[in-house]
Design a protein around this ligand. Structure first.
Ligand SMILES: NC(=O)c1ccc[n+]([C@@H]2O[C@H](COP(=O)([O-])OP(=O)(O)OC[C@H]3O[C@@H](n4cnc5c(N)ncnc54)[C@H](OP(=O)(O)O)[C@@H]3O)[C@@H](O)[C@H]2O)c1
Length: 237
């Protein structure tokens, strides 16, 4: 395998993980840091972000800003040198049936899941050979009752990925679509002791299994505009 297609090629790369203080984003940051990348993670809670950065080691930095706040996003990127790779996993979602979910919460889901990544892509400064990796979710192809804003904002993020891949070239833009993954977000809505999901890989995923594919998106120079399902086959059932 060519040297640039190995995870070791991440050594010395500057990687920003928006949402890296928890869950899948933390696993992405951890995987990149283990291969020698210089990682900056973000969240909104300063203590949580600082603790996550400390767990990643001394080459990791923590920053806090609200990713739906355009002046804050613009100021962050203006104050920092370009990153090699920018990952967005951050989101705060609200589920509920269209007739039950207050419209403010439906709009807040889109604000976070779609407009947050949009603003990051709008302002991020990225090196020519670098990339953006966004995050959608299995709901985009497997919409279920009670998931309208979550599924629709995930689908919108996938379309945004493809548009950005054209607009930002040579910077590459890809998207990972996870299924059920054992993170604080999932544990807030699903008891870890509940029955195994009925899908070809009949279990909840580990964040590291999703992070593996984020790292591959960063490294593969021929990959752009791709949306990758990492969901244990959830989209098939
Ligand atoms: N876990 C799953 O089963 C699953 C399934 C399908 C898709 N996904 C998608 O995968 C992504 C990661 O999910 P996760 O489970 O890893 O979530 P998580 O553990 O809740 O982590 C979310 C991260 O985003 C940050 N964040 C949230 N809203 C933010 C905002 N407005 N501005 C800045 N930072 C913000 C949080 O930091 P603070 O708490 O400090 O704000 C935290 O670092 C999400 O896009 C989610 O929709 C997850």
């Amino acid at each position: 395998m060519a040297e640039h297609l190995r995870f070791e090629a991440l050594a010395g790369q500057r990687i920003l993980v928006v949402g890296g203080s928890s869950g899948i984003g933390f696993a992405v940051a951890e995987g990149a840091a283990q291969h020698g990348a210089s990682v900056t993670i973000t969240g909104r809670d300063p203590a949580k972000a600082a603790a996550a950065a400390a767990a990643l080691g001394r080459d990791a930095a923590a920053v806090t800003f609200e990713m739906t706040d355009e002046p804050a996003v613009a100021a962050f990127f203006a104050a920092n040198p370009p990153f090699d790779h920018v990952v967005v996993t951050a989101a705060q979602l609200h589920g509920g049936r269209v007739r039950d979910l207050p419209i403010e919460l439906a709009r807040a889901t889109f604000e976070s899941k779609f407009w947050g990544p949009y603003l990051i892509a709008r302002h991020a400064r990225i090196t020519e050979r670098g990339s953006i990796v966004l995050t959608s979710g299995a709901g985009a192809r497997r919409p279920r009752a009670g998931r309208a804003p979550v599924a629709a904002s995930s689908a919108a993020t996938e379309v945004l990925t493809r548009v950005l891949a054209s607009e930002l070239a040579p910077v590459r833009v890809n998207c990972i679509s996870p299924g059920l993954v054992d993170t604080p977000m999932l544990r807030a809505v699903r008891d870890p002791a509940s029955a195994a999901p009925q899908q070809p890989v009949a279990r909840v995923g580990d964040p590291a299994e999703i992070a593996f594919q984020f790292l591959a998106c960063m490294l593969n120079p021929y990959m752009t505009g791709s949306v990758i399902d990492i969901d244990g086959g959830m989209a098939l059932v």
